[in-house]
Write a protein that binds this ligand. Structure first.
Ligand code: ATP
Ligand code: MG
Length: 263
């Protein structure tokens, strides 16, 4: 089972883009994927222009089944969407005992239906983010090419440390994923250098990164997966490489995992 939370406490670094594009890459490689959006901004349903029949708050607070709350968006991708009513979940979790383990029980039978579960989280410290990380144990941290993005990444690492310290869960950051990389901009080199230092001190690898590509914004405007908007886009290719690297880090090998293109 592949379980990943995509987290960075800085907003606008490419968390939702990464979650959806990775989900689709995994689906194209034969995996059945469940995406769970825990961001009350409703990023995922807005990004894909969905009209969900069910929502995350109904899954967590009202006990509705995955079947009733998940929206099917591709033959191998279901999504549990959030909207502002997800704030109710945050409030109810605040008073719950052992709240961090909520997805461990809610998703205990998910392995029969899915091969991968990906969480997209809000750009803030939230109970749902801790719950997502406690369930997935693996975290990918997208880092856009601005200094605050590195600060946001550090906050995500702190959340992992706190969970490991108090609950001994063995959560780990699989890698930093540079996003919106444009080597013509001086900020890009500065941030990549800072990220490499962070990587050297923490032992967390820096993945090969996603180039800035206007196709990402255009796909968002059309409310489509990048795969369905422009199959030859640079960012899509880069996410394919990232997917391969992530599968390798998780110890999942498939045919495409063996053929990382040189850059
Ligand atoms: N590789 C890329 N090239 C160009 N634009 C990108 C790229 N990746 C993401 N973007 C754009 O950056 C913006 C933020 O992306 P996204 O919504 O994925 O970030 P986020 O971290 O989920 O934001 P939030 O914290 O608000 O949830 C979007 O407009 C998206 O289209
Ligand atoms: Mg988002």
């Amino acid at each position: 089972m592949i379980t990943i939370t995509v987290s960075n406490q800085r907003g606008g670094v490419g968390k939702t883009t990464t979650t959806l594009t990775l989900a689709r890459h995994l689906a194209e490689r034969g995996r059945r994927v469940l995406v769970i959006d825990t961001d009350s901004q409703g990023s995922v349903y807005l990004a894909l222009g969905l009209h969900p029949q069910g929502w995350l708050h109904q899954f967590v607070n009202d006990g509705l089944s995955i079947k009733r709350v998940a929206t099917n968006v591709h033959e191998r991708i279901d999504i549990i969407c959030s909207d502002r009513r997800t704030m109710r979940v945050e409030v109810s979790l605040g008073a719950a005992t052992a709240k961090e383990m909520i997805f461990c029980s809610l998703l205990s039978c998910v392995e029969q239906r899915y091969d991968a579960v990906l969480f997209d989280v809000a750009p803030s410290i939230s109970h749902l983010q801790s719950c997502a990380i406690a369930y997935t144990k693996n975290v990918i941290v997208p880092v856009a090419m601005d200094a605050l993005s590195i600060e946001g990444a550090r906050s995500s690492l702190q959340t992992i440390e706190v969970l490991n310290h108090f609950l001994r869960l063995g959560c780990r950051c699989l890698g930093f994923l540079p996003t919106m990389v444009d080597h013509r901009l001086s900020a890009t080199e500065l941030v990549l250098n800072a990220l490499n230092s962070q990587s050297a001190s923490s032992g967390i690898p820096v993945l090969r990164g996603i180039r800035t590509d206007q196709a990402v914004n255009r796909a968002l405007r059309k409310q489509k997966f990048l795969h369905d908007f422009d199959r030859r886009s640079k960012a899509l290719e880069d996410y394919g490489v990232a997917c391969t690297e992530i599968l390798r880090l998780l110890g999942h090998h498939d045919e495409q995992t063996e053929t990382l293109p040189a850059r």
